[in-house]
Design a protein around this ligand. Structure first.
Ligand code: UD1
Length: 416
């Protein structure tokens, strides 16, 4: 199984149930490490990044078991603060283990974290925030060593609302002595999910869903049973996929309340979109109307959906303008979209003009990162003829089964 074969040109039709959120599951699994008891985390997606996080927890001494409805994590026996190299270099989200391990063991050793190749992705904000809480960092043997003799609360101001740095401060803050005030915190729903999970475990975090969090550290945490929310990025992928291909679909469990910027963009693209019952109904236009999109931290338009929106607009009825403000390498997908007949003009390194064409044609293309891969599958659905998308391990880092989901919507998509 090394590629996805897409026979395009079919309007999507039907209903698909949205998987649990990747970006919420990962920090919640890391937080389970703090608890020192058994937690049960429901609705985790069966994706490569979650499997990697499970292995990482096991390597740190946790007992972890998959059940039909979720993952049981017993962290009563964690002693070791060193993360194995393979777990860290392949997965950027192992970075939130830094705050969790410092909180639990007072120390952590890790390689430089990996993740999708969508930019430089420095970790200075994480390090400087944790330093203010009493953590000392040194680099030895190519590894990052973190140690805190006394982890304490602090007043921290993030110059940019980094999701990962916010999560690290929360994870360390609930275990620190005293109060941590975090100003400029990220507002992403996944940060809120982490706070809700920790709240269920007995932590006290004020200001959840605002940019000023007050974390009262040092409370005893206990195990809990928690369900992670549905994945707004997967829901947005299929929503924009429908806008690009045509047809009408129902996204069961899609969290509409977390997707306002995406719903607004879909409406501007000519879609008829409404949140109803437990999901979102989408009716696509004949061809997407041109839009201007600028990615921004939540509640702005998510960077994770920028390339999928770009793919949809390659068939737009005019020229769309797309600006990426979060990650510098999110336009890697342009070259492959052009192989399929898209007309995209790079205005500079972070702005593109997408001149809509009436049809794309099938081609052999290669995913270079997770969301870019999903964008190529979307373009394949829109194209006349057959496409093969290679590089699918990237796609399976975030989508449980993109082929099955699109087949449920009537598309002809298989892993080959
Ligand atoms: C998380 C999400 C990712 C999403 C991103 C932005 C997870 C597992 N991943 O990634 O899907 O695209 O939020 O919504 O939740 N930055 C620094 N220094 C730092 C940290 C970040 O300069 O110390 C920069 C990054 O290079 C980037 C921007 O800040 O340009 C956003 O990064 P951040 O919000 O931290 O994203 P992640 O947590 O890595």
């Amino acid at each position: 199984m090394d590629s996805i074969r897409v026979q395009g040109g079919i309007a999507l039709q039907g209903k698909v149930c949205i998987q649990g959120s990747k970006n919420a599951s990962l920090p919640v699994l890391a937080a389970a490490l703090l608890v020192g008891e058994r937690s049960f985390i429901r609705n985790c997606p069966r994706i490569a990044d979650v499997y990697a996080m499970v292995s990482l927890l096991k390597s740190l001494g946790c007992r972890v078991q998959w059940h039909k409805t979720g993952i049981a994590v017993d962290s009563s026996r964690v002693r070791k603060g060193e993360m194995p190299r393979e777990a860290v270099t392949g997965m950027r989200s192992s970075l939130c283990m830094l705050g969790a391990l410092i909180g639990r063991c007072g120390e952590a050793v890790m390689e430089h974290p990996g993740g999708c190749v969508i930019g430089a992705r420095p970790i200075d904000l994480h390090l400087s925030a944790l330093e203010q809480m009493g953590v000392n960092f040194t680099e030895r043997d190519g590894k990052l060593w973190a140690a805190a003799d006394s982890l304490h609360g602090a007043v921290i101001r993030l110059p940019f609302p980094s999701v990962g740095a916010t999560e690290n401060v929360i994870l360390a803050g609930v275990m620190a002595e005293g109060k941590t005030v975090l100003e400029g915190a990220a507002l992403e729903p996944e940060v809120q999910a982490l706070c809700h999970f920790l709240g269920c475990c007995g932590a006290c975090i004020e200001g959840v869903a605002s940019s000023r969090l007050v974390i009262h550290g040092g409370r005893r945490l206990c195990g809990t049973d928690y369900a992670v929310p549905a994945d707004r990025i997967v829901a947005g992928t299929y929503l924009l996929g429908c806008i690009g291909t045509g047809g009408n679909i129902f996204l069961e469990r899609a969290p509409a309340w977390e997707m306002e910027a995406v719903l607004l963009a879909a409406r501007q693209m000519g879609g008829h979109v409404c949140a109803m019952g437990e999901g979102i109904y989408v009716q696509a236009p004949q061809r997407p109307l041109p839009v201007r999109l600028v990615t921004a931290p939540y509640p702005g338009f998510p960077t994770d959906l920028q390339s999928v929106a770009m793919a949809a607009e390659t068939r737009g009825s005019g020229t769309s303008y797309i600006e990426e403000t979060i990650f510098e390498n999110r336009f890697r997908v342009v070259e492959d979209l052009e192989k399929m007949g898209a007309e995209i003009e790079m205005l500079d390194s972070c702005r593109a003009a997408v001149h809509g064409v009436s049809t794309l044609r099938g081609a052999r293309v290669t995913a270079g990162e997770l969301r870019g891969g999903a964008a190529l599958v979307t373009a394949g659905l829109m194209a006349e003829g057959e496409s093969f998308v290679y590089g699918i391990p990237y796609i399976y880092r975030g989508y449980e089964n993109i082929c099955r989901d699109y087949r449920e919507l009537g598309a002809r998509v298989t892993s080959v």
